[in-house]
Design a protein around this ligand. Structure first.
Ligand SMILES: C[S@@+](CC[C@H](N)C(=O)[O-])C[C@H]1O[C@@H](n2cnc3c(N)ncnc32)[C@H](O)[C@@H]1O
Length: 205
């Protein structure tokens, strides 16, 4: 029997579950996380995710932080550990990923993560920071729509940190953001990934 084709960004992955344990090892934390088939990075922590967690600035100590496209939660759980007095929203369209993030946050002993579908984030909530390894493989137009949905929810002067592979269009994404009202800084280029810092451009008024 052939295994149905599956994408990591489906609400309910078609591939059967096959849980596995992966290790998130950083200078300041060392965690075992549960991953699964049908969820991004199921074979181990993604190289881009590691670059983001090593190179992006520390999260704000308090306030509301968004992990956009949380997968099984490596970014959300690391942010929650690093900023225990902040609240981390971990959103994903993939229900298997959301369940894993909840379980991984509980296993890591962090109570300041809320994992859920994007629509579960209260309307009107604004963020002190956004961190994301965004779902580039959904395609350019859906990726742009996703960013157009969430970036305007940054508080004034707050920043989003996005990690994007250079050969998956980090530079053209930076250009597009620049053309759509954002100031983009390339914070780091490492192992084929760029970490972009994105802020709303100051208003001209
Ligand atoms: C590149 S993966 C990163 C996963 C995880 N943050 C990590 O670092 O391993 C991007 C994630 O975005 C999710 N995603 C795709 N479309 C989305 C959407 N419209 N809203 C929220 N998450 C989405 C995918 O399901 C996937 O888990």
């Amino acid at each position: 029997m052939s295994i149905p084709k599956s994408h990591y960004f489906e609400a309910q992955p078609a591939v059967p579950s096959k849980p596995r344990t992966v290790r998130l090892h950083l200078a300041d934390l060392d965690l075992e996380l549960q991953a699964d088939r049908g969820v991004f990075g199921s074979k181990g922590i993604d190289a881009g995710t590691l670059v983001l967690l090593k190179e992006a600035p520390a999260p704000p100590p308090q306030g509301e932080i968004l992990d956009l496209g949380a997968g099984y939660g490596p970014i959300a759980v690391a942010l929650a550990r690093r900023a225990p007095n902040a609240h981390v929203w971990a959103v994903d369209v993939n229900e298997r990923a959301v369940e894993l993030t909840r379980a991984n946050a509980a296993a890591a002993g962090v109570a300041n993560v809320t994992a859920g579908a994007p629509e579960e984030v209260p309307a009107g909530l604004e963020f002190d920071a956004i961190y994301s390894n965004p779902p580039v493989r959904v395609g350019k137009a859906p990726l742009h729509r996703l960013l157009e949905t969430w970036l305007p929810r940054l508080k004034p002067a707050a920043a989003a940190y996005l990690v994007v592979q250079r050969n998956l269009g980090s530079d053209s994404l930076a250009r597009w953001l620049g053309e759509h009202g954002y100031v983009v800084a390339r914070l780091k280029s490492k192992k084929g990934y760029r970490v972009l810092e994105v802020r709303a451009a100051p208003s001209q008024a």
